[in-house]
Design a protein around this ligand. Structure first.
Ligand code: FAD
Ligand code: FES
Ligand code: FES
Length: 1324
């Protein structure tokens, strides 16, 4: 075999040649550690988030064509890109010679980048979709793309964004389409409303980006002519034929650890920690890469190494109806950038080896596919069914190709083929709970034969339901046959022991069969269906599927820009948004490693237990193992601050809970550190004493609570509770609701870099919401004064509260290791460790009793809330006051609230966006809905009668209630009813539900009330000699637009020197947070940091104005005009102090104020799968006089979608030992573009003036999250309608999150049988 010994490729037009490479190196690892390109980010390492997406381009020397496709660089192996070209987000601009590409500029201009960590990946996904569309002829009209607007959501369907809520990203993408009305695009920085014009958009030229440099074309052509296969040392082989492959495998010793790879995407499926001696790439083997039609065009043969994307194209091109259905289903497998490399063969081999919930296996089995398998003795043909019966294939067996037969329509027999899938994200990027595919041959109204296949429901392989197949054979389909078929199916598909949601999976499978057979009957058999009441087969039954397929999104945003304090109040784009989009923005992990830098990873236990020892394997690779024993004399074992006490950095001799760090492994690379930490063996030493507490009930029983300091205790009683109880006519006693947790899923996991400095000092770069406290904790841990510790935070790739106290341990651990080893030490948590250690939102158990009148007026409410704080205090003591703050949203007459902050041996919980407030609001709505059900009235009637008046509001909120003018709640509630056409749509929903059996709708209208606290915050504004301005603020830029607002405030405030007639905005730069430069920085949390930072900036600027004004006036006496530059030059010359630092301190009666909003959401629930589709959400939020309405709009939409995650889809679960089991993108599903409302309307109400608020502005970071409760309440309404049909009790609690299994269960796991039996019994 001739071989090339070097790996050659290009990145952003730059040539790379490597003669030796560790074959396990991923493209992402190479990009981030060996190049200057940092646009591709590590978000998950599993193919599940899209942060690492790059463009991979291949050149075909024969056709001269370049093929571009997006791929996840975290899964793509470096050696697999031989003679390929890679374009990262920064490369989109580099190769055009411009600083930013139109994609970057439009993403920024549509306000679609907040923290920005997802943005480079999003840009590449968008660009890849444009490039693919524009390859087609005819070329797109100038400035546009051929990408249809409707395909915009598909383009970004695999990219997670935790900040924006996706709507603006979709708008940025469809701004390129020709078939889209510019007027319908969302708020953007290119035009004001009504002024939309294509030439205002940054120019897009379809073929401007050179994705494949000429030099590489020449090399690729030369290599093709030699037809040589690649071999890099003894570690990477890329044979070109099966024969060569066999030779390589035969030459290897039997002990050699060889990994065959095709797309290597299975690395995202199984976190494979094994090490291999060599890799063999199947992707270049000619027998595995072809697609052709078989003899007589009876089947399509697809090579085993063909990507799923290419298979989809071939199937669609063919035009066969069955192929079309297969392609449509395949488009729901993973995401575009995974499908682009994931091979059909790799998928089927994963499925064959067992326990992989494959879609391909299910649909291809139903289609009657067969495979060719190369074994030692030659190539054998096997049906897929028989392939699955073989023992798991090993490295000597190669799946050469798959043959898919066409649908049969002959001799009067008609074939029907359909596929189904129930998954948390309807259109992809989520493994199915269950999938199915059915192929049925019907002859003369009778079933001739069938293949009914079910997969992913908890068995080794997809299986045929043969008993059902036998049963229906020869029969005409009718209700009785369907019922019996379903009953047989229930006996036939039995999930393995321990399968999660087993009942749900079976029930959804039953739903698929029912849907298919009844559709078949209705459309094609037409015999005895009339024995079933018509609503069973109502038309909506099928239309729902159309709804799922339809990805079109509509939206409306109403904002009002302020004119009084310009540029404050203007909807300016976020500072640095283009930098973020292009990948130029520097996050902690993008800071180049200093010389001698080491890398570290946490070792943690998987249960609360005494610990005897931690054994590290591969000690030769470990530079150090740092534990509490390494804390220097005078230092303390502290890792994080808390509201009322610190928590330890490392467990000593014991772990209080699963996930508690015990030490850190330090190594020469992050990969080795992670590997050694994961392989560490913990020798447990028996149970903790006293025994661990694993639930809030146990904590209560054993009186294990964290004490609340008096100032954190909410009042127990409001109003006269006894009197309220006595005034009631009805009551509900001791009802219970339980709330789960939620994980932050910031796209950038916890990270820090600590660099030791002279004289015992240290500089720590952290991704932190609380740099100041982190500084003090590091100092405390090291036993040094705080002035020895400088903590710097430039920007944070998403925080949501998780980088407040939970961000500290990473920074402290790095600092400790750096201090001890006298070398820089960094850490970037892998997603799993981050999820295990993060803690997240507080779970809680609520018991309530409520007393009310027949009118629905509630007179008294008693709540007892057990909060699971976990093992340390953290923020938990603040929870009661936060919960109470929103629980009081209604006028309960009188309340009695009891809170217990339970200390358990579960992971310590922390602040997450609206901590406690979101639960408080939920509890209030659960109570209102319960009362409504008991009284048999609409929940909205109970809401209305218990809505606060200003008087009752004052009673419940005392000083925070503000003035009557500022009490805009009633106005906001009415406004949303008006814009959402509440009355009409509520009626329509009722009408719909009466005629729809299998799809129910629900609509809900809820108010939001949330107090926030304003804290003191510093700022410093300095004017440099050239007139440029530098601003430091206490808060940290998390994506919330703090820097943008601070810059606007600086420009406005200093502009006062010239009566506001000068635009200083371009001269302002807001600096990173630096704890030694600006002290008392405080927390960036609680939604008010932007406004208080702006207030401090305003003060600092006012001081500068007062210093400069006399000079300005004196200069103007000498000259008619004065420029900013001249003023500053003169000021410098005259030694005017051009730097001003101020601490803003709110007035005592302005410390707390209340925010108002209201939402109406309408959902549709598919009763067969439990899937909830949000048809429309209308939000109205009172932002006061917004400092920047575009930024605030982004906060509202982003928070709302994050709330949808909490209420509807994010299950943050632990096992019995408290170890987090939702530990990656596979098991934890945040919303994607597929989960957002189909119609999403937001109005940012401009109210005010508001005395004591910063220029009359109000908070926007957290309160809008509570608006998403409307989706949960609407889902409850839809379920109620479903239960009414089944005569089930209307009293039920809808858990949070209301996942598909939860919803389906409440709609009845056996609802189909119930309906069928009822129908049959009524038939003649
Ligand atoms: C984020 C994500 C989401 C996903 N979602 C879904 C989903 O919803 N539904 C679904 O069905 N799948 C899903 N997948 C799985 C995906 O389809 C498979 O990972 C992929 O098809 C495997 O192909 P590959 O070429 O990358 O295989 P590789 O990872 O390269 O190989 C997988 C295994 O198969 C072996 N192998 C590969 N090709 C052959 C061959 N021709 N002959 C013999 N052995 C071979 C390899 O040795 C290896 O052990 C998802 C994957 C990811 C990463
Ligand atoms: S980091 Fe590659 S997909 Fe998440
Ligand atoms: S902007 Fe998308 S994750 Fe922050």
């Amino acid at each position: 075999m001739s071989s090339s010994q070097s790996l050659v490729f290009a990145i952003n037009g730059e040539r790379f040649e490597l003669s030796s490479v560790d074959p396990s190196t991923t493209l992402l690892e190479f990009l981030r550690t060996r190049t200057t390109f940092k646009g591709a980010k590590l978000g998950c390492g599993e193919g599940g988030c899209g942060a690492c997406v790059v463009l991979l381009s291949k050149y075909d020397p024969v056709s001269g064509e370049v093929e571009d496709k997006s791929v996840s660089s975290c899964l793509t192996l470096l050696c697999a890109i031989h003679l390929c070209s890679i374009t990262t987000s920064e490369g989109l601009a580099i190769t055009t010679g411009d600083r930013f590409h139109a994609v970057h500029r439009r993403l920024a201009g549509f306000h679609a980048s907040q923290c920005g960590f997802c943005s480079p990946g999003v840009c590449v996904s968008i660009f890849a979709a444009l490039a693919a569309a524009d390859r087609s002829s005819p070329p797109p009209p100038e400035g546009h793309s051929n990408l249809p607007a409707a395909a915009a959501a598909e383009a970004i369907s695999g990219n997670l964004c935790r900040c924006t809520g996706y709507r603006p990203i979709v708008d940025a993408c469809r701004s390129f389409a020709v078939d889209f009305d510019l007027e319908d695009l969302g708020v953007n920085a290119f035009w004001r409303r009504g002024a939309a014009a294509a030439d205002l958009l940054p120019r897009y030229a379809a073929a401007a980006v050179c994705t494949f440099p000429d030099f590489l074309k020449t090399e690729a052509a030369a290599s093709a002519s030699v037809a040589a296969s690649l071999q890099i040392q003894q570690s990477w082989y890329a044979p070109r034929s099966l024969k060569e492959l066999r030779r390589i495998l035969l030459a290897a010793s039997s002990e050699a650890r060889i990994k065959l790879v095709s797309g290597n995407t299975s690395a995202g499926v199984h976190r494979d920690l094994n090490r291999y001696d060599s890799y063999v790439d199947l992707g270049g083997i000619s027998e595995l890469t072809g697609i052709k039609h078989g003899d007589g065009n009876e089947f399509l043969e697809i090579g085993g190494a063909v990507s799923i994307s290419s298979a989809i194209e071939a199937l669609e091109e063919d035009g066969d109806a069955v192929f079309g259905k297969l392609a449509a289903h395949m488009k729901k497998v993973a995401s575009p950038f995974v499908r682009n490399t994931a091979s059909i063969g790799g998928n089927l081999v994963l499925a064959q080896r067992g326990n992989f919930p494959s879609d391909m296996a299910t649909i291809l089995l139903a289609a009657g596919a067969s495979i060719a398998l190369a074994v030692d003795a030659g190539t054998i043909d096997l049906s897929l069914e028989n392939f699955f019966k073989l023992p798991p294939v090993d490295r000597r067996e190669i799946l050469v190709n798959v043959r898919i037969p066409r649908g049969v329509n002959n001799g009067g027999a008609v074939s029907f083929f359909e596929t189904f899938r129930a998954a948390p994200r309807p259109l992809g990027n989520a493994i199915a709970y269950v999938n199915a595919a059915f192929s049925v041959l019907v002859n003369n109204g009778h079933v001739e034969s069938s293949r009914l296949v079910f997969g992913a429901y908890g068995t080794r392989h997809a299986t045929r339901a043969k008993n059902v197949e036998e049963f229906i054979a020869g029969k005409k389909i009718n209700a009785r046959v369907i019922l019996e078929a379903i009953q047989i199916l229930r006996q036939e598909i039995i999930p393995d022991q321990g399968t999660k949601h087993a009942d749900y999976r079976v029930s959804a499978a039953v739903g698929f069969l029912f849907k298919f057979l009844s559709h078949l009957e209705e459309e094609h058999v037409k015999n005895q269906w009339d024995i079933i009441p018509s609503q069973i087969s109502s038309t909506k039954f099928h239309n729902n599927q159309d709804l799922i397929q339809d990805r079109s999104l509509t939206s409306r945003q109403d904002i009002e820009e302020g004119v009084d304090f310009q540029p404050v109040g203007q909807a300016l784009k976020k500072v640095g948004a283009e930098l973020q989009a292009s990948g130029e923005a520097v996050y902690v992990d993008d800071i180049p490693s200093p010389p001698g830098c080491l890398y570290s990873a946490f070792v943690y236990g998987d249960r609360p237990s005494a610990i005897n020892e931690v054994k590290l394997g591969e000690m030769d690779k470990v530079v150090a193992y740092i534990t509490a024993a390494d804390i220097p004399a005078g230092g303390k074992n502290v890792g994080a601050a808390g509201f009322t006490g610190d928590s330890p950095l490392f467990g000593v001799g014991a772990a209080d809970c699963a996930g508690q760090p015990l030490g850190i492994v330090v190594a020469e690379t992050q990969k080795v550190a992670n590997f050694c930490a994961q392989k560490a063996e913990i020798v447990y030493g028996g149970a903790l004493v006293p025994p661990p507490i694993m639930s809030v009930e146990e904590a209560e029983e054993r009186s294990s609570f964290f004490e609340l300091p008096p100032f954190m205790k909410p009042p127990t009683e409001i109003g006269d509770f006894k009197e309220g109880v006595n005034a009631a006519e009805e009551k509900i006693l001791s009802a219970e609701v339980v709330l789960g947790s939620q994980y932050y899923f910031y796209m950038e996991t916890q990270t820090a870099l600590a660099v030791p400095d002279e004289d015992g000092c240290i500089v720590v770069y952290g991704s932190l919401q609380v740099p100041e406290d982190t500084q003090h904790i590091i100092a405390k841990c090291l036993g040094v004064p705080s002035h020895n510790v400088r903590v710097i935070t430039r920007r944070v790739g998403g925080g949501f509260g998780g980088k407040a106290f939970r961000g500290m341990p990473v920074a402290v651990a790095c600092a400790l290791a750096a201090h001890k080893l006298r070398r820089p030490v960094r850490m970037y948590l892998d997603r799993k460790t981050d999820m295990v250690m993060a803690g997240g939102r507080h779970p809680m158990k609520v018991t309530y009793s409520v007393w009310f009148k027949h009118t629905g007026k509630i007179t008294a409410l008693e709540t007892k809330i057990l909060i699971d704080a976990g093992s340390t205090r953290d923020i938990s003591p603040a929870l009661p006051i936060n919960i109470a703050g929103t629980l009081k949203k209604y006028d309960w007459g009188a309340t009695w609230m009891e809170f217990k902050v339970c200390r358990t041996n579960l992971p310590s919980r922390s602040a997450m966006r609206a901590p406690g407030e979101v639960q408080g609001s939920f509890i209030a709505e659960a109570i209102v809905e319960h009362v409504a059900v008991v009284l048999k009235v609409d929940p909205e009637a109970v809401r209305a009668i218990n809505m606060h008046t200003y008087n009752s509001f004052q009673q419940f909120y005392t000083a925070a209630a503000g003035t009557p003018l500022g009490f805009t709640l009633p106005m906001v509630v009415d406004r949303v009813a008006e814009v959402a056409e509440w009355q009409r749509r509520r009626e329509e929903v009722n009408v719909f539900n009466q005629s729809s059996r299998w799809v129910k709708r629900g609509i809900s209208h809820i108010p939001v009330v949330m107090p926030v606290t304003v804290r003191s915050t510093p700022a410093r504004v300095a004017i440099l000699g050239d007139g440029s301005i530098v601003v430091e603020v206490g808060g940290v830029e998390l994506g919330q637009g703090l820097w943008t607002k601070a810059a606007q405030m600086t420009a406005f405030s200093l502009g006062q020197l010239f009566d506001g007639r000068i635009d200083l905005l371009e001269r302002v730069r807001v600096m990173q947070a630096d704890t030694l430069s600006l002290v008392q920085g405080g927390y960036t949390a609680g939604s008010t940091t932007s406004e208080s930072s702006c207030a401090a900036v305003q003060l600092a600027c006012a001081e500068l104005v007062s210093r400069l004004l006399p000079l300005k006036n004196s200069l103007l006496q000498l000259s008619d005009s004065l420029s900013w530059e001249s003023l500053i030059q003169q000021a410098k010359f005259k030694s005017v102090n051009l730097s001003s630092g101020m601490l803003f301190k709110p007035e005592p009666d302005a410390v707390m104020y209340v925010n108002y909003g209201a939402a109406i959401s309408e959902v549709e629930v598919d009763l067969l799968t439990g899937m909830t589709t949000i048809l429309r959400s209308d939000l109205v939020y009172d932002g006061g006089k917004s400092l920047n309405p575009a930024v605030d709009l982004g906060q509202i939409e982003g928070a709302f979608v994050q709330g949808i995650g909490f209420f509807m889809c994010e299950e943050y679960l632990t096992n019995k030992d408290g170890l987090v089991t939702s530990d990656g993108t596979w098991t934890y599903k945040i919303p994607t573009v597929d989960n957002i409302p189909r119609e999403f309307n937001v109005e940012l109400l401009s109210s005010g003036p508001h005395q004591q608020r910063v220029l009359s502005s109000k908070a926007s970071g957290e309160p809008p999250l509570l608006l998403s409760l409307s989706v949960h309440c609407a889902t409850r309404a839809a379920i109620r309608a479903a239960r009414e049909d089944l005569s089930l009790s209307p009293v039920f609690q809808l858990d949070v999150p209301a996942t598909m299994p939860v919803v389906k269960k409440l709609c009845g796991f056996d609802n189909i049988e119930t309906h069928l039996r009822a129908a049959i019994s009524q038939s003649p």
